[in-house]
Design a protein around this ligand. Structure first.
Ligand SMILES: *Cc1c(COP(=O)(O)O)cnc(C)c1O
Length: 382
């Protein structure tokens, strides 16, 4: 059996090595390392894939979120509604701009922002809602966009974990996540569903005015060469990364299908075990399984804990991860933003029970059987 990893980027690379090597070498030969047609072509191809008018490439997913917020002309203290049950970057991007994170509860089944909680958290200072499509499944975007319209606030989708995910509106319309809100943000961190050979990110929008601001902010606030209109930052996607991503984009649907197949296999094995809750699949979204995250529900009387499973698996050389052990509102980083004053029992409950098993494009049945039997051995042990 090949050794187990949370993500196997090496085997994925080897499968299309010739194609990727040639693309990288062509960039080296051209020595066009910043910008150029390779970058523009990738941005265009990604825009077509996501179904948006514009893609602004940038240096990473965190920058994408920060630049998106910077484009909205916000003032320090303006409120940004976000989940606490997310990767730190979602909230950090707001905090670094001195915006006030307003943490809201997530749905216990989808792990994504609870639309009712959003509506309750709206104040006259609310300017933006940042839903996160956590683990590869969409937040309830139809309701979130309705709330945004009613209260006249922006929505920025954090699509870092869900690239390629399909959202279905109640009228049957199917669109890609990241294309629904005013702005969408994504990350090409190597372990993401569309991963580069280093850092990368992108911002999506259909808005003609916003795209000009986004581009300007990502390029030192520059309106034309050496004329700088606003304070921006320096955030570029390297041309080498664009070359890699343009090739991997062609395989993205195949990659996501492989993740879904692996998730189905896990579901089948775990479905009937009382101590395990398998990932819930919402009717309005497919799930592209950036993570395969189960709940170890000791409330069901098994006495088996998530931390116990994590340790047991480590002893069997089966990797597993806790995404995320400390919710954002309890991170020291947000003490000065009053993080601990938020009462989020579902978020706390989940952060004590979630555990993610290896899922990636290269998992085979032998590997999965080994992982599954170890999980079940732990659940059934005395
Ligand atoms: C990975 C990730 C980010 C940040 O992306 P980077 O490219 O690492 O900066 C933001 N939000 C979520 C939900 C993520 O998973």
């Amino acid at each position: 059996m090949r050794s187990l990893q949370m993500v196997d980027t090496k085997t994925q690379y080897l499968k299309i090595k010739n194609e990727l090597d040639a693309a990288v070498l062509a960039v080296l030969e051209s020595s066009r390392f910043i910008g150029g047609t390779v970058l523009d072509d990738f941005a265009q191809n990604l825009a077509t894939y996501i179904g948006v008018k514009y893609v602004v490439p940038c240096a990473n997913g965190t920058d994408a979120l920060q630049i998106a917020l910077m484009a909205l002309d916000l003032k320090p203290g303006d409120e940004v509604i976000t989940p606490s049950f997310t990767y730190i970057a979602t909230v950090e991007a707001a905090a670094i701009l001195q915006l006030q994170p307003v943490f809201v509860e997530v749905d216990a089944k989808t792990f994504c922002m609870d639309a009712d909680a959003i509506e309750k958290a709206i104040t006259p200072k609310t300017k933006v809602i940042v839903p996160v499509h956590l683990y590869g499944q969409a937040a309830d975007m139809e309701r979130i966009m309705a709330i945004s319209k009613k209260h006249n606030v922006y929505v920025i989708e954090d699509n870092a974990q869900a690239i390629g995910c399909d959202y279905t509106f109640s009228d049957g319309r199917v669109v890609k996540t990241g294309s629904i809100a005013h702005i969408g943000c994504t990350s090409f961190y190597p372990s993401k569903n569309l991963g580069a050979f280093g850092d990368g990110g992108a911002i999506f929008t259909n808005d003609d005015a916003l795209v000009e601001k986004l581009k300007m902010i990502a390029a030192h606030g520059q309106s034309k060469k050496y004329y700088h209109d606003v304070v921006g930052c320096n955030s570029r996607l390297d041309t080498v990364q664009a070359a890699v991503l343009d090739i991997k984009l062609k395989y993205l649907d195949e990659y996501n299908a492989a993740r879904i197949k692996a998730a189905d296999y896990y579901d089948q094995a775990f479905r009937d075990h009382a101590g395990i809750s398998i990932p819930y699949r919402a009717a309005y979204s497919n799930h592209v399984f950036h993570q395969y995250t189960i709940l170890l529900n000791d409330a069901k009387g098994t006495g088996k804990s998530r931390d116990g499973l994590n340790q047991y698996l480590a002893g069997k050389d089966v990797p597993s991860m806790i995404y995320y052990p400390v919710p954002c509102h309890r991170q020291k980083m947000f003490d000065s933003f009053g993080g601990n004053s938020f009462n989020l029992p579902v978020t706390d409950w989940l952060s004590e029970r979630v555990i993610s098993l290896p899922i990636h494009t290269e998992l085979d049945a032998e590997q999965q059987d080994f992982i599954i039997s170890n999980v079940i051995d732990y659940i059934n042990s005395n």
